[in-house]
Design a protein around this ligand. Structure first.
Ligand code: NAD
Length: 521
């Protein structure tokens, strides 16, 4: 193996970040490794279920005061965070790259996501949280107002692949809504959310409101779900089911952002060069370890040869290597487990007749977990990777005879997270998009157009999730709605005498109301 670059972050810095984790009751610790060379870069506490319960109690106590702040003051903290984050770009990119092994351009994408979350929710929090006047039971005589209270404490269980986006970006709307937040980051990537916690404190977030509890998912997951008022889980569909079961048992509200087997459709009128460029980014961004990345491509037979040539040319030109600079396009996989899964998926496909058009092998000369961007064809339904998420840099190319076939095959999946449509005709692209069973669809882009449209919800249909992040919904889910209805003049109690007359009058009133409401808003 070539000498992999060592992390630019000093061990003492990681030790200082580890000191911000919720203080554990025991002395056990969890080593954190750099995927580039598998070296241990630091240790974090191995917390226990009791630690989780105490962290939630502490967050609840701190959030009492935090929720009483005027929303403008909470917004001011998040606005300061936005600016400070942008000022410290290179520092956070170093931390993210160290613990994920991703390319710097991929770390940049989630850094920009966190800034966008801070800006968007900073700008919209007041409007989303302001009590809203609603139509009353009897027009003019019932005054009805919907209030949005914080739920209390939000638990965030996050995966390793986007450790800043999926912990800190997710925490921002919950914090702005006045909640306490407890983050349980992935075992492999605790330093990024700890870095975010430190910066939020520096920007004025009171101590205790946000807690980061480090440790193992199977041990800490259920106690967290039990103790909090809403759990936001991002991760695999398999673990999502476990979290949902626990949430059901404890009647804890939950939102789940899960896996995908996302398709990209190249229509007969697509600009093939542009589609190929988008497909390369879509398939190999973050070395394919992105929930919304593309693992299936359906290309119309009339442009199939041109698209394949352009796609392979661009895929082969990607720079795969380790480096804490912007010189490389594709980084490492996270660990040996993921590498073994990617290898098993490709081997299984090849054994059953799939053809490797490019890639198809690990690159231990670059680092222990590097795998080449891989394009397969002749993939058939019996092969594991035909339906299962690989979560690596592997994409299957299929030729189709019509748009209807592409739509049908895209929808023939248990997942429904993201999709991409390429065409020169925007209207046509948008029409195809609405026929796809996916929570986000990008026309003439692979995934960033929808991901970056923060004002619109993002999430999965079918086995890809429950609930949505982003948009107003992404903040409202962290609130408890309360309806306050004040009745004036007329009472709803039937009179002691004359109930028949009362029934007639009520029926006439309801009939009249329908007529009036049909006249317009
Ligand atoms: P994972 O499900 O293995 O782990 C996610 C988190 O769950 C980690 O923090 C882990 O410690 C925790 N966990 C593990 N067992 C648990 C248990 N029994 N109870 C509670 N928590 C537990 O997922 P991963 O491998 O880290 O991430 C990859 C998966 O996440 C892929 O399937 C990917 O598609 C999905 N993902 C989805 C989105 C999305 O927005 N839809 C975003 C990123 C990743």
């Amino acid at each position: 193996m070539a000498d992999a670059p060592s992390s630019p972050v000093a061990r003492e810095r990681f030790d200082a970040l580890a000191g911000l984790a919720f203080p554990p009751t025991n002395r056990d610790s969890l080593p954190v490794r750099a995927p580039y060379d598998d070296s241990v870069v630091g240790d974090v506490p191995l917390s226990t279920p009791d630690d989780v319960r105490t962290a939630v109690e502490d967050a609840r106590a701190a959030a009492d005061e935090w929720a009483s702040w005027p929303v403008e003051d909470r917004v001011a903290v998040i606005r300061r965070f936005h600016d400070a984050l942008l000022d410290r770009r290179e520092s956070i990119l170093d931390v993210i790259q160290t613990e994920t092994g991703k390319a710097r351009v991929d770390a940049l994408e989630e850094f920009l996501d966190a800034a966008t979350a801070a800006r968007y929710y900073g700008n919209h929090a007041k409007q989303v949280l302001t009590p809203t006047r609603r139509g009353g039971a009897i027009p003019l005589l019932t005054k009805t107002v919907e209030h949005h209270h914080p739920v209390g404490v939000v638990g965030i269980i996050s995966p390793w692949n986007y450790p800043l986006s999926l912990s800190i970006s997710e925490a921002i709307p919950a914090l702005l809504a006045g909640n306490g937040v407890v983050i349980k980051p992935d075992e492999g990537t605790p330093f990024t959310p700890l870095w975010g916690l430190e910066l939020l404190h520096e920007c004025g977030l009171p101590e205790g409101v946000l807690q980061v509890v480090t440790g193992e998912g199977p041990t800490l997951g259920e106690p967290l779900v039990e103790a909090v008022d809403h759990v936001s889980f991002t991760g695999s569909t398999e673990v999502g089911r476990i979290v949902a079961e626990a949430a059901g048992r404890h009647l804890t509200e939950c939102s789940l952002e899960l896996g995908g087997k996302n398709a990209l459709l190249v229509l007969d009128d697509a600009d093939v060069e542009k589609a190929a460029r988008g497909a390369v980014r879509g398939s190999f961004a973050n070395a394919g370890q992105l929930c919304i990345s593309i693992e299936r491509i359906y290309v119309h037979e009339s442009v199939a040869d041109d698209f394949r040539d352009a796609f392979l040319r661009k895929a082969r030109a990607l720079a795969l290597d380790a480096g804490y600079d912007y010189d490389h396009d594709v980084g490492s996989l996270l660990d040996g487990e993921l590498l073994a899964k990617v290898e098993a998926h490709v081997e299984d496909a090849v054994e059953q007749g799939a053809t490797v058009l490019t890639g198809g092998r690990a690159r231990p000369n670059l680092g222990p977990y590097f795998y080449e961007p891989t394009v397969l064809t002749d993939v058939t339904p019996e092969m594991t990777l035909a339906d299962e998420e690989t979560f690596g840099p592997v994409v299957s190319l299929y030729e189709v005879e019509s748009v209807s076939e592409a739509i049908e095959r895209t929808n023939d999946s248990a997942y429904g997270l993201n999709a991409s449509v390429w065409t020169k005709n925007e209207d046509r692209g948008e029409q195809v998009a609405t026929r796809l069973e996916a929570g986000t669809v990008n026309v003439n882009d692979a995934y960033l157009a929808a991901w970056g449209s923060f004002d619109a919800p993002m999430g999965g249909m079918k086995n890809s999730g429950i609930g949505r992040r982003h948009g107003r919904r992404g903040m409202r889910k962290y609130t408890e709605s309360q309806t306050v209805a004040t009745q004036r003049v007329v009472s709803f109690s039937p009179p002691k005498r004359g109930k028949r007359l009362w029934a007639e009058a009520a029926t006439v009133g309801v009939r009249l109301w329908k007529r009036i409401s049909e006249l317009g808003p």
